[in-house]
Ligand binder design. Structure first.
Ligand code: CP
Ligand code: NVA
Length: 304
């Protein structure tokens, strides 16, 4: 596969056919791995991973994925790089691209990942910025496809904060033909340009009514009310109790609806333990699929 884009920063860079192919390849890589087949498709390739913020899933899934593909991953805390002492992102990016084949970065400001990508001669993947989380959406779409056996024609509800994960999810839904209804408190809507652009391809409904948003949907998704970049402000009171995904809310969705959450979760806030540990929850498959989806992404970006 030869992707049109060099980098993956939002998810909108992928053409519909490219996105579908990455998801299908991820499902194949997962199947192969379970059978004990692991081809060294990225033998001798090196991935640099820059983290400005903490991570469990992104770090471990990228590093393990690279290992399984025969490559190597370097974990670079931004605090331990010369970035901390004032070296610019531009110079850091130009330097790293002379050593490694791929860069993944988790940054505070989306501008920083754009700058990194602009100055890098190798592909750059966004491992979470304040505005987007495309790698999460790849894993989420893969999980939906596994569970529902299709993507186009499904309905998905996003409940809670219209945040970075939500923005990439809207793009993902638009590319794959999933209608999305988003219920947030006033002032917590997703990026309106993303909504506007995606509305040309699918139905994107914004409201302040979780009960209406989940009606007849196949997938219910939420995320923390307090993202890492909002940690200094207490926003929880704006969401509770109405925007919590609990059993009462899940009962209003399609009975076969699945529940998803990118994790980490704050149990008792955006979701109850009853729902996140309940029979409709697919969160552990979703977390696992970060590994397979990112392997497929790296293989696609390196055109192998
Ligand atoms: N979902 C996700 O990105 O998790 P981490 O913050 O643990 O990487
Ligand atoms: N919205 C969350 C996602 C964490 C994976 C955050 O930005 O902290």
């Amino acid at each position: 596969m030869k992707l049109k884009t060099k980098d993956l920063l939002t998810l909108n860079e992928l053409k519909k056919s490219e996105l579908v192919e990455i998801i299908d390849n991820a499902i194949k890589l997962k199947r192969d791995l379970k059978k004990g087949i692991s081809k060294p498709l990225l033998k001798n390739k090196t991935l640099a991973m820059i983290f400005q913020k903490p991570s469990t899933r992104t770090r471990v899934s990228f590093e393990t994925g690279m290992f399984q593909l025969g490559g190597h991953a370097l974990n670079l805390s931004a605090d331990e790089l010369q970035l901390k002492r004032g070296e610019t992102i531009e110079d850091t990016s130009k330097t790293l691209s002379r050593y490694v084949d791929l860069i993944m970065a988790r940054v505070y400001s989306h501008d920083e990942i754009e700058l990194l990508a602009k100055n890098s001669s190798v592909p750059v993947m966004n491992g979470l910025s304040d505005s987007f989380h495309p790698c999460q959406t790849l894993a989420d779409l893969m999980t939906i496809k596994e569970k529902k056996k299709k993507l186009a024609g499904l309905k998905l509800a996003w409940i809670g904060d219209g945040n970075n994960v939500c923005n990439s999810m809207i793009y993902g839904c638009a590319k794959t033909g999933i209608d999305i209804s988003i219920a947030t408190p006033k002032g917590y809507e997703p990026n309106l340009n993303v909504v506007k652009e995606s509305s040309k391809l699918i139905s994107v409904k914004l409201s302040n009514h979780p009960e209406t948003a989940v009606q007849d949907v196949d997938v219910v998704v939420t995320d923390t009310f307090v993202s890492i970049h909002h940690q200094t402000t207490d926003r929880t009171n704006d969401f509770l109790p109405r925007f919590q995904v609990n059993s009462d809310l899940m009962k209003k969705a399609n009975p076969s609806a699945i529940f998803m959450h990118c994790l980490p979760a704050k149990r008792g806030q955006e979701v109850t333990s009853e729902v996140i540990d309940g029979h409709q929850s697919v969160i552990w498959d979703e977390a696992e699929n970060r590994l397979h989806a990112q392997k497929a992404l790296m293989v696609a970006l390196l055109r192998v």
